[in-house]
Design a protein around this ligand. Structure first.
Ligand code: SAH
Length: 208
């Protein structure tokens, strides 16, 4: 017998470019329904973003998996996520690195995600309330940064908080009526370069 999350891995992730076995295992082990409102739970394993509170969304599983795979988190590394939302992506990421700090600007979402993560035993995730476009200075620099909301450019504090050898995955708004460009940034010393991954649709990164 396979679980719904295992079927999601087999049907939605493996055939669509998720090849890293560690990422597939992490995706199979996190119960996405637990991060949803009870009335949304029957949709938990559909291949799409779903509504959560505060007009926000939980990302599509395939997009979470491809972002995490591109960032290539390692067991000893500390990761920063901007845009906690439901806490689902932070939970997946937490299976692959030593610690995740995730920043959310909506107090109700931060509190709810923190409670869900605690209840499910994701003890290496810290939810912080604040403006994630400023990053999270207390634990910087980070080897991995995942940004789950789109901005017209990369907020400079996030570049500053990317460690040497670090990888950041972030959706960048090119124009208001076009999909965003999901990018993988890498730092090597003072050199920061990026490549485009694929077009995406994320909610906006809002200041403050
Ligand atoms: N990773 C989430 C999906 C997040 S949707 C999940 O797995 O469920 C994007 C989130 O970014 C929303 O919750 C939104 O409130 C938050 N957000 C938007 N602007 C932000 C900012 N400046 N700082 C922190 N969070 C922000």
């Amino acid at each position: 017998m396979s679980t719904p999350a295992q079927r999601m891995v087999a049907e939605q992730l493996r055939p669509h470019g998720v090849t890293d076995e560690r990422v597939l295992q992490a995706m199979a082990s996190v119960p996405r329904e637990e991060f949803l409102h009870p009335r949304m739970r029957r949709h938990a394993y559909e291949d799409r973003a779903l509504a959560i509170d505060c007009g926000q969304t939980i990302s599509q599983p395939l997009v979470v998996a491809l972002m995490v795979q591109a960032a290539n988190p390692q067991p000893v590394e500390v990761a920063l996520e901007v845009g906690t939302g439901s806490g689902y992506a932070a939970a997946v990421l937490s299976r692959l690195c030593s610690k995740v700090v995730t920043v959310e600007r909506e107090p109700a979402l931060a509190e709810h995600a923190s409670e869900t993560l605690r209840r499910l035993g994701f003890d290496n995730v810290e939810v912080a309330l604040g403006d994630g476009s400023l990053g999270w200075d207390p634990q910087a620099p980070y080897k991995v940064i995942l940004v789950a909301a789109a901005a017209p450019g990369v907020p400079p504090p996030l570049i500053d908080q990317l460690d040497d050898g670090g990888r950041m995955v972030i959706p960048v708004v090119l124009s208001p009526d076009e999909p965003q460009d999901l990018r993988l940034y890498r730092r090597s010393g003072s050199d920061v370069t990026y490549r485009s991954l694929f077009p995406v649709l994320f909610v906006p990164l809002r200041p403050g």
